[in-house]
Design a protein around this ligand. Sequence first.
Ligand code: C2E
Ligand code: MG
Ligand code: MG
Length: 591
Amino acid sequence: MNYKEPESIGKKPREIGTDAIEPVYAEALAKFDSDDKDAQFYKLYSQLGSAITDINGIDVGLIENLLIKICLLLRLSKAATKVYKNQQDEEAGICETLSCYDNGKECVPISTLRLVTSIMSIATITAYMSPDEPPLTEDEKQKVDLVMRTILSFVSRNRLQNAVYELAYFDEAGYPNLRSWKTYLFKSAAENGFHGKLAFRYNLRHFSLINQEFGREIGTVVMKSHFDSLKEIIGENGYLARLGGDNFLGMCTTDKTRAVVDYLTQTEVRTPKGIGVNISTSAGFYRVPDNPDIVADEIMGSIINAYRVAQNGGMDSIVFYDESFLEKKGRAMKIQQMFPEALEKNEFRPFYQPKVNVMNGRLVGAEALCRWYHAGKVIPPVEFIPVLEQTSEICRLDFAMLEGVCRDMRRWADEGKQLIRVSINFSRKHILNTYLAETIAEIVDRYSIPHYLIEIEFTETTSEVELSDLKRMVTSLRELDFSVSIDDFGIGYSSLNIIKDVPWTTIKIDKDFLPDNPDDRQSVSSVMFRHVVSMTRQLGLECISEGVETQQHVMVLCNSGCDIAQGYYFDKPLPVEEFELKLILGKYEIM
Ligand code: C2E
Ligand code: MG
Ligand code: MG
């Protein structure tokens, strides 16, 4: 027989002996002569009864052994059980066959029993005899019938148990479910604890797009394949379950961290037709501390917190919920709380970083970069911009910066200083604001600053949807005569469409793209830099290089035809008073 046992039932092989027999029978059975077939039968049958109802667990080997003996005793040559999932399967002959004894000789069926369970699964059992064997006596027939009924009810009970187990621990698509995950956690807690374990929760990003593009059926195959491969990476000492939809829960040993994170960051899964589909996830990880008192609920709470941040955080799609995370989170919450009051009190002010024409040393423009004056300190933007980007507060800050710049420019104009163009960074969070250009114009007009002296910087976008919004936004700003630049060009993954489709005035090449050595004209970065500059100029756009720190860099710019530089070589971002001195001077020494 090959009964599939539910995992919940323990197994313990055991010797055949009278200890397996119900005590009430033991005494009576002992009286029978071992040559007495009747006694032998009842002894075996009694042992069978004990074996299939053993509360310590079912021993399949023992049951098989007893059935073989019973078949021999009753002169049967074969006994076979068939289990059908439902009536349709029975009609189609689709079943699982369990043969408890087969002597391999020619035989004919002599009796069949059929049982329909409460979940409508069907089981049958058939006994066979050799045609040469004398027919069964009435007494033997009754015994065969008794054993058949016993086996049938045992098999049905087992099937029911399996069905209940599957219903309880697996979802309709066959993935282990939340209950199985919790059972795993409780079992681990009771057995070895969570020493060296990493728990995580993740969501497949944009999986509905895969369903839309390839159809649900292929989506299902892709998801299963993604799941199976991760399960393989996790290996024996871990677990993976589905929370529902495209949400999953997992646990692995910490030595698998790198492999699991890499897999969840980006993986290509092939559809049945061989098309590669990229799957990335938002995932929250939690390294379970080496604390024997840690309970399953705490693990769940921590991975869910980490996952929430990964989903909504904006910056990272993979988040580790550890000490440094909690510290970062605490700081972020503090910044968010302090922001409204700080804005009200004008604590955010522009610093100005000069932009210089490397051909003649002229100061041709500046970038306004935000600094937070708080409690006698100046806080740099890396500390607060990413936090404000998580909500839409960044938009309020950008407008405040624009207003601050306009205020300074108005004063410079009133003091008779030469005005130069100033650029202000605008977050991508503005992208859905269809009134952005009008709002900017309204602020700039309040200070009577000519629009062409204001430049708005946007960073690259990543998706097609955003590209069309970006195009609309930049077009409407250009219509109002503002300058618009693409910031940090080259570090993102967007295509050249971003240049073709959007009417920029200026391309700001990111500092990572700037080659260090002007003499090395053959290196990849050198060739790329020259070509980006030349393309920009041929398209009639302005080109600025960021991060110009050395004389070598200035040489690179001169050799490549990029005439405008911004960087520490000339100046860091300066407080307004210092910048005003540069404005009066209006010129830099080049070399
Ligand atoms: P960004 O717009 O690309 O600004 C350039 C950054 O490079 C500035 O950092 C600047 O100080 C730095 N930088 C300038 N020259 C050099 C150089 O020669 N070498 C090196 N290594 N770095 C140089 P900062 O001021 O810390 O600003 C960082 C980022 O914060 C900005 O990058 C911008 O994305 C963002 N940011 C700053 N102010 C605002 C703001 O008002 N609104 C928004 N939305 N973002 C802002
Ligand atoms: Mg910028
Ligand atoms: Mg930049």
